[in-house]
Design a protein around this ligand. Structure first.
Ligand SMILES: Nc1ncnc2c1ncn2[C@@H]1O[C@H](COP(=O)(O)OP(=O)(O)OP(=O)(O)O)[C@@H](O)[C@H]1O
Ligand SMILES: [Mg+2]
Length: 245
């Protein structure tokens, strides 16, 4: 595929969904949160990340998405090294290839679920193109509705302001928004923390099913260790005290 203007070329065949190569990162004035850190998430794999509060889970996810940049080493998304990219090019790569479910979901409260789900396609032509089958037989609204249905959001809610939905419903809308346009990498930061454990497991299974169908890889942070057996890969980060020892 030849990349058009403003587009990022397609992912390198066989490249890991995300790869950390000798990454060292410290917040200003702080001790390193990660030091010479290596990680490779093969395409289609799902990684469960746990560890005590403050150990660096959210920092790791921000590095994986190119929101933060390391002081040493590099992060590659779908084989593309972020280190050599300008800020806008990194933003574009993230928009094209990464779906992010934030702990607080970050839905635009006055927009409807349908409008929230479509949002990533407004910023990324690649996501938009992947969301729409060739031949123009489907609209973005239809694709957003399909994802909302798959995540059990009934049609009566699709056009209401998202702020009126329950926490669990908002979380599923956030998942649909992260999945639209089949990003290669899905990142979820404690998305089940507001749910009791039964609902958390239901949500995770929905997410895993959708990842499989989209061929997406998943980085999933949770303190709920009962979810870990659902994953092919697990990573437990050391707490700040262990790191210093
Ligand atoms: N914006 C920031 N500026 C400075 N230091 C930060 C910032 N965000 C996080 N830190 C520090 O980096 C370390 C790791 O924080 P991080 O948020 O990644 O931990 P976490 O494992 O996600 O914790 P939690 O389970 O509480 O969400 C902590 O010591 C924290 O104080
Ligand atoms: Mg965190």
């Amino acid at each position: 595929m030849v990349a058009g203007k403003g587009q990022v070329s397609s992912e390198e065949a066989g490249a890991p969904a995300v790869r950390f190569e000798g990454v060292t990162f410290a917040w200003p004035g702080g001790a390193p949160v990660l030091s010479g850190f290596d990680l490779s998430l093969p395409a289609g794999e799902k990684l469960f990340i746990s560890g005590p509060s403050g150990c660096g889970k959210s920092t790791l996810l921000s590095l994986a998405a190119g929101i933060l940049t390391p002081q040493e080493g590099d992060v590659l998304i779908g084989g593309k090294a972020l280190g050599g990219l300008s800020g806008p090019a990194r933003d574009r790569l993230r928009g094209d290839r990464v779906g992010y479910i934030f702990q607080q979901f970050n839905l635009v409260p006055y927009l409807s679920p349908l409008e929230n789900v479509i949002l990533p396609c407004r910023f990324s032509p690649a996501r938009r193109a992947r969301a729409l089958p060739a031949g123009g037989s489907k609209t973005l609204e239809e694709e957003a509705g399909r994802l909302l249905s798959r995540l059990s959001i009934q049609e009566g809610l699709w056009k209401k302001p998202s702020a009126r939905l329950s926490v669990g419903q908002q979380q599923r809308v956030a998942a649909a928004r992260a999945l639209i346009g089949r990003p290669g990498l899905l990142i979820a930061d404690e998305p089940t923390s507001a749910l009791d454990s039964g609902l958390g497991l239901d949500f995770l299974r929905l997410l895993l099913r959708e990842c499989d169908e989209a061929g997406a890889s998943l980085l999933f942070v949770s303190h709920d260790k009962s979810l870990a057996p659902e994953f092919g890969m697990r990573l437990s980060l050391p707490g700040p005290e262990e790191r210093a020892a």
